[in-house]
Design a protein around this ligand. Structure first.
Ligand SMILES: [Fe+2]
Length: 355
């Protein structure tokens, strides 16, 4: 999640001031400086029912902690975004339980659809709870767009599986070859075209999606099939930010005017794929190797991140629960975003050996 409380807390302690970024980077959205504002982002809680009222405790605790910390933020965020995958298998008890925990948040919450929320009933119950699957809104001069990026081909969705439960389980696997590529789809792309049509190119645009609107790694669906079409629609804007969940790890990228930043999960980290090169010629310019996410350390790559969207470039500070803090920011000299404390293999914290 991104916000500013942790940063402020640390500034309050003299011992921790050294090495902190200037406080101006706490600004999370771009507008006239008099109108600077912050919003908080929580994602991928994967609330999972075991049986009846029994839910996986660790995932519950991750979300509860995020909600509690978001409620203590000073200054208050103008709103909160939940980035998708509230539930693990999309059933009513999971969505209800997750919604109940989110209801404790103080402030307006905007919801993004994740595949784990969707593929049981194609988002029907989610709609009852939270509303439209995609929409946009304006806030203090910034245009925000929420996309449902986890749709897929009709024959996979409607014809392939003997039951809705089976379809859900097939889509829930990270590296399941029976899965299907995510996409935004033509209907939504047409809507987006209309939605953006009247905007001046100077208007800052922020897109929230679940899967990345870029092509990173098809084998794990870190990939949106029609990402190029969405990127084209964003190309005419001076500054655009795409913020996404789904990958449960730190990712950042800059393609032309579009800055991409992932939001960490409150549930667990995914490891990094062995190679991003399988995406062949579609690979965006991932300029710096990714950092460790240890899947055997359930709090690795979870924590807080503070994004400065004002710059229109990937510009993030991470406060990690089980790893050293790090900063990713645009570097003028190299012309791409840089992780200033990139952990080379020999400098990494050893992986946890038990689980
Ligand atoms: Fe997820």
């Amino acid at each position: 999640m991104s916000s500013s409380r942790r940063h402020f807390l640390q500034l309050g302690s003299t011992a921790l001031i050294a090495g902190m970024l200037p406080i101006s980077l706490v600004r999370l959205a771009f507008a006239e400086s008099s109108q600077d504002f912050t919003f908080a982002y929580i994602s991928d809680s994967h609330i999972q029912q075991i049986k009846g009222n029994d839910f996986v405790r660790n995932w519950d605790q991750g979300l509860k902690r995020a909600v509690a910390e978001a409620n203590l933020l000073v200054p208050r965020p103008d709103f909160i975004v939940f980035g998708g995958d509230l539930a693990q298998l999309g059933n009513k008890p999971e969505l209800d339980h997750g919604a109940e925990m989110l209801a404790a948040l103080h402030g307006k919450v905007y919801m993004v659809m994740g595949e784990h929320d969707y593929y049981l009933d194609l988002g029907e119950y989610w709609r009852e709870l939270f509303g439209d699957h995609w929409y946009s809104f304006d806030h203090k001069g910034v245009h925000f767009v929420v996309l449902n990026s986890i749709l897929t081909y009709d024959d996979w969705t409607f014809d392939r599986w003997e039951s809705a439960e089976r379809r859900m389980v097939e889509m829930a696997g990270l590296d399941n070859p029976n899965g299907s590529p995510f996409m935004v789809g033509q209907k939504q792309i047409e809507w987006l075209k209309q939605d953006l049509a009247g905007l001046d190119s100077k208007t800052p645009v922020v897109v929230f999606s679940h899967s990345p609107i870029q092509k990173i790694y098809k084998g794990w669906n870190f990939w949106t099939e029609d990402a190029d079409e969405v990127q084209q629609l964003l190309a005419r804007f001076d500054r655009a930010n795409v913020i996404y969940g789904h990958v449960h790890q730190i990712q950042y990228n800059q393609i032309g005017n579009i800055a991409f930043s992932s939001v960490m999960s409150t549930a667990w980290p995914w490891p990094y794929p062995d190679s991003y090169s399988q995406a062949g010629s579609h690979v965006p310019i991932l300029t710096v190797p990714m950092n460790r996410a240890d899947p055997f350390d359930e709090r690795d790559a979870t924590g807080w991140q503070f994004m400065n969207l004002h710059s229109g470039r990937a510009d993030v500070r991470f406060n990690l629960y089980s790893n050293q803090n790090r900063t990713v920011a645009w570097d003028d000299q190299s012309g791409h975003p840089v992780d200033r404390d990139y952990q080379s293999t020999d400098a990494r914290i050893p992986s946890q050996t038990h689980y």
